[in-house]
Design a protein around this ligand. Structure first.
Ligand SMILES: C[S@@+](CC[C@H](N)C(=O)[O-])C[C@H]1O[C@@H](n2cnc3c(N)ncnc32)[C@H](O)[C@@H]1O
Length: 166
């Protein structure tokens, strides 16, 4: 994204999780389009890349905040593991990763392998917001998401979406 070509979204927001305050803070109206405000756009670069590319680290470099959401579960498990390995090369100690839309066992093993620390901040609310779209798919669809169950011994590591890299 650059000031010369600001991100535009036509139409209106009908997602109840996206608050009017957030929309007002983030976008200016231009007719029927929403344009990202300059104070945000000037701090953002926009690239497209394949998460599986061996050049990803060279292209993107180390990042403080990484969102990897709602695409890993579309990949075959071996590819999703490679993607997470590749994403881990974009971290430095203290990087924050938001990883969601992924098989929970696969995420659990991947973050354990890297010794990322799961964050329990708003853990249940974040998990349940993801379930608004995905509960209906559980347990039969690959994109379905199980209920938040604190009866599991490993519930914090299993249901955390936010992780701190070391
Ligand atoms: C369901 S959308 C999710 C978009 C956004 N992350 C979100 O949570 O709303 C899945 C996105 O993953 C992208 N995607 C699929 N395979 C990818 C890959 N190998 N590398 C990078 N992006 C990929 C698709 O292009 C698509 O934009």
């Amino acid at each position: 994204m650059s000031a010369a070509a600001p991100y535009r979204k036509s139409g209106f927001f009908n997602n109840k999780i996206i608050t009017q305050d957030f929309v007002d803070w983030t976008f200016e109206r231009d007719g029927s389009a929403y344009v990202v405000k300059p104070h945000i756009a000037e701090r953002v670069e926009f690239h497209t890349a394949n998460v599986l590319s061996p050049d990803l680290q060279k292209l993107v470099g180390a990042q403080d905040i990484i969102f990897a959401q709602n695409f890993l579960f579309h990949l075959k498990p071996a590819l999703a593991r490679s993607a997470l390995e590749n994403i881990s090369r974009l971290t430095h100690p203290g990087s924050v990763l938001f990883i969601d839309g992924v098989d929970l066992n696969l995420r659990r093993r991947a973050v354990q392998k890297k010794a990322y620390a799961p964050l329990d901040y708003e853990i249940e609310r974040i998990h349940n917001e993801a379930r608004r779209a995905r509960a209906v798919g559980w347990p039969y669809e690959y994109w379905g998401l199980e209920p938040f169950l604190t009866t599991r011994r490993d519930w914090k590591a299993r249901y955390a979406t936010i992780f701190i890299a070391n």
